[in-house]
Design a protein around this ligand. Structure first.
Ligand code: ATP
Length: 279
């Protein structure tokens, strides 16, 4: 089987923490140059999935590939991925510019090119005037912007963004959405986890909804809303609420699951929430 066509591929990807299955046999294919909107309620397993796909957490089972390279080979995928986690990894004692230079050197970027890139990104995110202040004195939104630039500085093929607009004012959030659109125009792939459905509606080519570690539905935003047996005015929020609905004792049926064609079925498993000794 050739694995050189898709930006991201996962087969039976599983992560277990103690007795808790955080991600349960995930199958995923993300085509190059597209935005994949990764949705799911709190605790669904989105961050854990992104950590496995970026090689920061080892899967308990299954495999995943970035541009055909296995995520188990961190050196092979390192240059082709960028990751903005929920909490941007920055050093408080550095200035914003120093943080980006430090990261650029870690990525072996040529000095002159790196400085040009940093200047351009700082300008685009309206950070030029604050670039030489210590990150310790930055607001949450400013830290987020630095984290985002850090994820993009080396022009990775595949970018993983966990809540990229978190803490950003509307103008900065708009800049981020424009940057994401530009990335895919340039052939990059964006794997985007967010709770802001309008962001997904605007940008995602394909949306996947994770629920208790299972991918319960997947399709383009238009397909997903059309599948809701077309009540007039069905939104992505209606889809999300439907496929992630908790089933109480009165309902007695288990949670919906993916039917293969992306429609929800009624024979899925609901895992108990167990705490893990790993934490
Ligand atoms: N290191 C860990 N040790 C034990 N359990 C963990 C660990 N990391 C995550 N989990 C558990 O795995 C499940 C999935 O967590 P994860 O952070 O991936 O969810 P999420 O979808 O990203 O949630 P949110 O939207 O709130 O960020 C949760 O039940 C969580 O408690």
């Amino acid at each position: 089987m050739t694995r050189d066509t898709d930006a991201i591929e996962a087969r039976e990807l599983t992560k277990q923490f103690g007795t808790e299955i955080a991600v349960d046999g995930l199958d995923l294919t993300v085509e190059r140059g597209t935005v994949y909107g990764f949705l799911g309620p709190n605790g669904a397993g989105k961050t854990t999935t992104m950590q496995m796909l970026t090689s920061l957490t080892r899967p308990t089972d299954g495999e995943a590939w970035i541009n055909g390279n296995p995520v188990s080979d961190r050196d092979a995928i390192r240059a082709s991925i960028g990751y903005l986690p929920e909490e941007p990894p920055v050093f408080d004692e550095l200035t914003g510019r120093e943080q980006l230079e430090y990261f650029g050197r870690l990525r072996d970027l040529p000095a002159a090119e790196m400085e040009t890139q940093i200047t351009n990104w700082l300008e685009r995110f309206a950070l030029t005037d604050d670039a030489d202040k210590r990150i310790n004195d930055y607001s949450k939104g400013m830290r987020q912007k630095i984290g985002l630039v850090q994820a993009l500085l080396h022009e990775p093929d595949v970018v993983f963004l966990d809540e990229p607009t978190s803490g950003l004012d509307p103008r900065a959030a708009r800049t981020v959405l424009d940057v994401i659109a530009d990335l895919t125009d340039g052939g990059h792939t964006v794997f985007l986890s967010t709770h802001i459905l309008s962001v997904v509606e605007e940008l995602a080519d394909v949306v996947g909804v994770l629920y208790k570690g299972d991918l319960v539905t997947e399709g383009s935003p238009t397909e997903l809303t059309a599948r809701m047996e077309a009540e007039e005015g069905t939104t992505l929020e209606d889809v999300f609420l439907s496929v992630t609905a908790e089933r109480g004792p009165a309902a007695s049926g288990p949670a919906p699951r993916n039917n293969g064609d992306g429609t929800a079925r009624q024979d899925g498993r609901v895992d108990d929430d167990g705490r893990s000794e790993d934490r």
